[in-house]
Design a protein around this ligand. Sequence first.
Ligand SMILES: *Cc1c(COP(=O)(O)O)cnc(C)c1O
Length: 425
Amino acid sequence: MAAVPEADDCGERTCVDGVDLEALARRLGTPLHVYSASRLRRRAAELRAALAGLDALVCYAVKANPNVAVLALMADEGFGADIVSAGELRRSLCAGIASSRIVFSGVGKTADEIAEALAAGIGRFNVESRDELDLLQRVARDRGQVAHASVRVNPDVDAGTHAKIATGKAENKFGVEPNEAWQWFAEHAHRPNVVLDGLHVHIGSQVLELAPFARAFERIAVLARDLLAAGHAIACIDAGGGLGVRYRESHDVPVDVGDYARTLRHALRGFGGRLIVEPGRWLVAEAGVLLTRVIRVKHGARRRFLVLDAAMNDLQRPSLYDAWHAIEPLHGRERERVVYDVVGPVCETGDTFARARELPRCEEGDLVMIETTGAYGASMASTYNSRPLAAEAMVERGRYAVVRRRQHFDEMLAGEQPAGDWQVA
Ligand SMILES: *Cc1c(COP(=O)(O)O)cnc(C)c1O
């Protein structure tokens, strides 16, 4: 693919992918999630280049950003999807992702979800418990199908990330111990409708060091070698996602994707099967900004509050994980610098994007962008405080497309009604 020119330099204006954010805000209103297609494509190309020569499939982790336009772009890049619900399955199929390139992860798959995924013909289930494995066997047998499955192994590795997004420690709910994986392989004859021929590992999210990946991959590689030596088939190793991104300049130093791929190649040298990787955040986070307008500046007794029209319902990461996001007013950079607590209108103290952040002085009506919001931004949005879901736009080389229009109030209310129709259960 040719390098995509990306005109972020618009002179006085602030542009993303050649689109002036001020003009975009005037047209589409705020709060507005903006995704750069060029940046998404560049990440996809970088990952593909890093994995070149391997029999590798990229299954984009849908939960990071499930907008159908993002999924369609991933499909266009030849990627599959890592899903964790029937809803994500439907989105992926709608967006044109081939069902054979879909893998299904998560500890709580229900019988209905498994049946739906089997009916769609997905490529593989990443199984997280014996109970789930038995359920997969029953549902597949009832449907007269054979399911391909990988064991999600918990490698007991500390990913060095925020506790709420670490998944690879023995105390976490994810995966099973290697001993249990051995038992499942040994019992394969009891489950004729499940071809158990893969290993899966995913240690957590926003991982900024290579060492935890290396430890997890080595553990999986050793397990794969031992299982193969014992006569079991291992057709597929899924290395999960978790690659971190730079939220904060000179503070977060992400792993280089080339080094990540080299670590993977080194750990899996000699393995002849298929490799799957499931990045979410790394592909989409840095492609997104949340565009928002200043409602007012409130001077409290002790602090000065910059009240934005975006809130924790539009971007939950700061309130959920104490996450740091760069906040950048679109104009007035020559103005004096002032310290603000940057907050939304939601009635929660946790509705705070930043505390004591120094910014150029802001006034009512100013536009502000919150950066690196392409992952776990809109995907975690809610209508808390009865705030409609924000609009989402994709931009590419000077043009924009609305990829989710702002939610209408009647849509928010749809399905609700006063309790008039009382029934006996
Ligand atoms: C969330 C998740 C991912 C993606 O994680 P990122 O940190 O966004 O790359 C991949 N695989 C599984 C099983 C997940 O749960």
